[in-house]
Design a protein around this ligand. Sequence first.
Ligand SMILES: NC(=O)c1ccc[n+]([C@@H]2O[C@H](COP(=O)([O-])OP(=O)(O)OC[C@H]3O[C@@H](n4cnc5c(N)ncnc54)[C@H](O)[C@@H]3O)[C@@H](O)[C@H]2O)c1
Length: 366
Amino acid sequence: MVGGGAGAFIGQVHRMAAELDGMAQLVCGAFASDPERSVRSGTEIYHLPESRCYPDFQTLCSAEAQLPEHQRMQFVVVVTPNHMHFPVAQAALQSGFHVVCDKPVTLNLAQALALQQLVEATGLCFALTHNYTGYPMVREAAALVQSGALGEIRRINCAYLQGWLAQETSDNKQADWRTDPQRAGSAGCFGDIGSHGENLISYVTGLPVTSVCADLSTFVPGRALDDDGNVLLRFSSGARGVLSASQIAVGKENDLCLEIYGEQGGLEWRQSDANSLIVRWADRPYEVRRAAWPGTSEAASAATRVPAGHPEGYLEAFAEIYRNVCLHLQGQPHQGFPGIEAGVRGMRFIDAVVASSAQGAVWVDV
Ligand SMILES: NC(=O)c1ccc[n+]([C@@H]2O[C@H](COP(=O)([O-])OP(=O)(O)OC[C@H]3O[C@@H](n4cnc5c(N)ncnc54)[C@H](O)[C@@H]3O)[C@@H](O)[C@H]2O)c1
């Protein structure tokens, strides 16, 4: 693991998710930018032997590459702020290690394209943790849309609303880099969670966004990046959509929802009731599909671990990315996971959103 040191958020989530199915184990890392804090985080938080807690990611890659094959790490998990994704992923791939990286894939599109070339040149595995695609009922939604049962898709609504950045923050590690263009990239809220919305839409519908008309705002005075925005979406099929994302929606938790309407039917999914999928029909009452019941798709069943009614959630969905990466590395059949192409598409989307808004909400091709 690179990142995930003392006081970090998502590193611990990755550790739990990676280890949930007993297919992977955290064995080493460089956990912070400061060498001493890096080693201390590894021994104190992750209880690793000091010999496998490295001062920096360069030493991690070179030292692990020297170990006998059966002892060395097999893949590197990148959970640093965005500006460090590219250098860490590059070092890992160049040292012969597969990569699991958090989103957005890089700081900018040029880095994402360079990374894509490197992934293709090395032939190594690159997974991007758009973890919401791992929910059973998101898998069910994708299977339903792609079966054609809803008919031609016409309208897509997606919203990801949070409230945790509604006020100016000081002394908040997570807020600090997310509001700094040097470390977060050209978008704030839209890079951080709008990117999840774009990925979710494209995963469920299979339709890439072709153009956007974006209105981003910065409500908190002095903040350098957007903290709220609404984006109109057009798809090559003729479908239309709206993606809203906010980090100033006071009191909202992680309210991610997706609605899709086709010619014959529609669907609705919300993270706050993640094991339900509402399906609407033109000619009969709506139905609620639930995780772990017979009749759900193979993709949904494969992402379910316990009988119906035992709540599965965020960690299990996150673990689904890891389980499929591990199956892939073992050469076993699997349900897939987002890769470098999803990362590049996400960066093109962020660029188009920022450009559209900067020009006064004009239509911009992705
Ligand atoms: N998939 C998701 O749902 C999700 C959720 C939260 C965060 N993220 C992503 O995960 C990444 C980390 O976010 P976070 O909220 O955990 O941030 P954080 O600030 O809590 O943690 C970042 C960690 O990286 C370490 N770090 C910084 N530079 C480093 C370097 N050069 N070498 C080693 N470690 C270094 C920091 O010391 C810290 O421990 C971001 O890219 C973010 O977008 C994804």
